[in-house]
Design a protein around this ligand. Structure first.
Ligand code: NDP
Ligand code: 8X3
Length: 255
């Protein structure tokens, strides 16, 4: 049976690196993202290697998601993999300074978008059965608090619990679920987070030897290729240079 993987957010970063990794291994691809030009260029390039179906989609648009998935060409309809990757952080200011629209966008993308793709694609994964795998992109931000993480980190905590809960409901179907929780990784993620500010982007990664999107793609490829009787429940990955800073203590009573 052909192996097909559906990747949300394939126009940059982890999603694009995943598309390349799976194409290299001969998997068929369903690739999505909002930026049509990038998506069609990637589809055109990878279609020289494998079968590719591109769908320019905003994961927040439930109707568009329903329509696109309902009309998946039959040769792409049985899914061995779903990589729920589309997501973003907006800003890193303290909560009292945040724009509520940014919070809405993170909830709509990281939570609701992931809900839509999961629910709509479950029948396609269940049709594949044993060995089918959902990899959800959580984050260390879902496990540990840090200043400026507020809704972003909370949305990733949702991803973690949703992944575990899905496993309960998928018992008996053979479909596996993994919450992959990376730490600092160099991608357009930080350009998006900091509103295109290249200097902040550069400062985020300078000298840190961060994870690269190819590292994440290799990890996702590994997860999907584990023996079908094994479920990787969660996997947290950090660059060696990243660790924890400890608790902050306010001392208003210090003499
Ligand atoms: P990038 O910004 O490079 O990629 C994000 C991808 O998501 C793009 O392809 C973008 O495509 C897509 N996307 C964003 N919003 C939407 C939307 N509304 N509808 C459809 N697609 C959308 O970031 P990364 O590759 O680094 O991030 C991928 C995932 O990994 C995210 O969920 C992120 O939270 C998570 N993550 C990132 C970490 C990091 O340090 N980089 C660490 C831990 C987790 P387009 O704009 O074309 O729609
Ligand atoms: C992104 C990782 O550490 O910037 O999910 O929150 S971090």
């Amino acid at each position: 049976m052909t192996s097909t993987v559906f990747i949300t957010g394939a126009t940059s970063g982890f999603g694009e690196a995943c598309a390349r990794r799976f194409a290299e291994a001969g998997w068929s691809l369903v690739l999505t993202g909002r930026r049509e030009e990038r998506l069609s260029a990637l589809c055109e390039e990878l279609s020289k290697q494998t079968s590719v179906h591109g769908m320019a989609l905003d994961v927040r648009d439930r109707q568009a998601m329903e329509a696109a998935i309902a009309t998946l060409p039959p040769e792409f309809a049985k899914l061995r993999g779903l990589v729920n990757n589309a997501g973003l952080a907006l800003g890193a200011d303290p909560a009292p300074k945040c724009d509520l629209d940014d919070w809405d966008t993170m909830v709509d993308t990281n939570i609701k978008g992931l809900m839509y793709s999961t629910r709509l694609l479950l029948p396609h994964l269940i049709a594949y059965g044993k060995g089918a795998t959902i990899v959800n992109l959580g984050s260390v931000a879902g496990n540990y608090p840090y200043p400026g993480s507020h809704v972003y980190g909370a949305s990733k905590a949702f991803v973690g619990q949703f992944s575990l809960n899905l496993r309960c409901d998928l018992q008996g179907t053979g479909v596996r679920v993994t919450n992959l929780e990376p730490g600092l990784c160099e991608s357009e993620f930080s350009l998006v987070r900091f509103g295109g500010d290249q200097a902040r982007y550069d400062a985020t990664y300078a000298g840190a030897d961060p994870i690269q999107p190819q590292d994440i793609a290799e990890t996702i490829f590994w997860i999907l290729n584990q023996p079908a009787h094994i479920n990787v429940n969660s996997l947290e990955i950090m660059p060696v240079t990243q660790s924890w800073a400890g608790f902050a203590v306010e001392r208003p009573n210090k003499a």
